[in-house]
Design a protein around this ligand. Structure first.
Ligand code: XMP
Length: 518
């Protein structure tokens, strides 16, 4: 395995992810980990991350120099590169010109990390300090217009340094550099799979939990389902999953979740379903402002969950299906509030527990899916599209009523059924994978309009269909679905769903639209 020593950079988990993409196992540890622990872990290589400090500043994070003499290959990135230069006798100072963003990199020496990289390539830089003089025994292997030592190496000692960030997407050949380090330099074989992550995570959870009691809020979404199954495999009936049906789920979803996780289902755990539909409808009655609706649903969810937790009594651990993008979002969330997102399963204030367990905290969505498959979770659950915590509450524009919920559930079920059929028939690529539909659903507009059905005037609701391509859900493009699919869905919705006399297709991208309607 490879150990990433975290010096506080922003992209540290991304480094770990890129290493895992080379099918090499990787763990991130704080730079405060002891030398004994590193030795005990027997890593085949160590990567120093970037970080916000200056190596020559007071209290700058450093690691014991002994590490360089252990014969373990080391790669320093950004701050990590400067640290190597500083500790081994080179010179680091404030650069006359800082470099931020896309930068052209010129390779001076092809061997080492750049074996398969073009002579000139685009990389991502983000630094104000630079290495002005490499330590003795190091060769400069790449430079940019303003950075004389963009990369250096001491091949004999297997120590490598990159001022650039190979882990970010904008460094076009960054993966090749990392792969060269972990495979060619460290000699990792590259046969690790997500399944091994699952096995290790199960063992780690078992050690941590011991004979303790564990509580999990299960929404039926991918993240909480994978977290729950992992916990169930680790500690079985010590785990209790609470599933709150807030009445804003998709058609039959509550029963489907119960079928999988309930007593008749596949997993060894205690399952509690709370049918709180009426409570939510009552509280939402008369409310049409989107943020207020979101707040009510979020609060009521927590309240229901807390009541259940009280019945169960004190537990030792609370499981959260937090994944890495959630960690970044909450950590760097300085931007304007567009919507107050909430994950059903957000942190309750009044539940007694000692510690939180977040087994998926290191993983990106596609890695969570791979873990899910490795755990034997059915594909239809693993490749589910994302569903927002407030559920249909944000897909019904304006006031939510039980009747409107039923309309949007029925329309949405038809839409999903027809999309699935179209995917089966090869008219649309299957979803859940790269480059395919990211999300598609029916929403209920708050508009009613005049129509004619069977010679009678109607005055009924309009359903909007939405389908988007997106890779990160931050931006999205409206999908051009085949007209025959939209036509069939329209006919079926009008014929089969009462109180709908018009179907509209949402052609808006994000921005300016958001994916959900509220
Ligand atoms: P928007 O509507 O902001 O949605 O473009 C982006 C992605 O986030 C999902 N979404 C939510 N997920 N809690 C969640 O867990 C929420 O409150 C929430 N609101 C939106 C949305 O489905 C899309 O995938």
């Amino acid at each position: 395995k490879i150990i990433v020593l975290d010096f506080g950079g922003q992209y540290n988990q991304l480094i770990a992810r890129r290493v895992r993409e080379c099918s090499v196992y990787c763990e991130v540890h704080p730079y405060t980990i002891s030398l004994e622990d590193i030795k005990a872990a027997k890593p085949k290589g160590i990567i120093f991350t970037g970080g916000p400090n200056s190596v020559y500043g007071d209290n700058s994070p450093q690691y014991s120099r002994e590490l360089y003499d252990m014969g373990i290959p080391i790669l320093g990135i950004c701050y990590g590169a400067q640290l190597i230069a500083h500790q081994l006798g080179g010179r680091v100072e404030t650069a006359p010109v800082s470099e931020y963003g896309r930068t052209e990199l010129t390779i001076d020496e092809k061997g080492g990390l750049f074996r398969n990289v073009s002579d000139r390539t685009v990389c991502w830089m983000s630094h104000t300090d630079y290495i002005s003089m490499p330590p003795e025994g190091f060769t400069v292997t790449a430079h940019t217009d303003v950075c004389p030592v963009a990369a250096m190496e001491n091949r004999a000692r297997k120590i490598y340094a990159l001022q650039l960030h190979p882990e970010v997407m904008h460094t076009e050949e960054g993966s090749k550099m990392l792969s060269a380090f972990v495979k060619d330099v460290c000699g990792c074989s590259g046969d690790w799979e997500m399944g091994s992550f699952a096995d290790d995570a199960i063992k780690a959870v078992r050690r941590k939990v011991g004979s303790g009691k564990v509580l999990c809020a299960l929404s039926g979404g991918v993240d909480s389902s994978v977290a729950a199954v992992l916990l169930s495999k680790a500690v079985g009936k010590q785990l209790t999953c609470v599933f709150v049906d807030h009445g804003l789920l998709r058609k039959n979803e509550g029963d489907e979740v119960e079928a999988v996780f309930g007593p008749e289902g596949n997993y060894d755990l205690n399952f509690i379903r709370v049918n709180a539909q009426k409570r939510f409808y009552d509280r939402l009655s008369g409310i049409s402002e989107p943020e207020e609706k979101r707040k009510i649903i979020g609060e009521e969810f927590i309240r229901v969950f807390e009541e259940q937790a009280k019945k169960i009594g004190a537990v030792d651990f609370l499981v959260q299906g937090t994944i890495y993008p959630d960690v970044i979002e909450s950590g760097f969330g300085k931007s304007a509030v567009i919507k107050s997102h909430h994950n059903v399963g957000g942190l309750p204030d009044h539940v007694e527990f000692k510690e939180i367990i977040e087994p998926l905290r290191m993983l990106f969505k596609d890695e969570v899916r791979k873990t899910g498959l490795a755990l034997g979770i059915p594909e239809y659950l693993v490749f589910r599209q994302p569903f927002p915590g407030p559920g249909l509450g944000v897909r019904i524009v304006g006031e939510v009523t039980e009747e409107k919920v039923k309309i949007v559930q029925d329309a949405d079920a038809i839409y999903r059924e027809e999309i699935a059929a179209a995917m089966e028939a090869g008219l649309i690529p299957k979803s859940g994978r790269e480059g395919t539909l990211g999300q598609y659903f029916a929403a209920l507009t708050n508009m009613r309009s005049v129509g004619v059905m069977g010679d009678f005037r109607t005055y009924d609701y309009a359903v909007a269909l939405r389908a988007v391509f997106t890779s990160d859900f931050m931006t999205a493009e409206a999908a051009q679905l085949p007209w025959e699919v939209i036509g069939k869905v329209t006919t079926r919705i009008i014929n089969e769903v009462k109180h709908v006399n018009r179907v509209l297709y949402d052609c808006t991208g994000k921005p300016p639209g958001t994916i959900e309607f509220e």
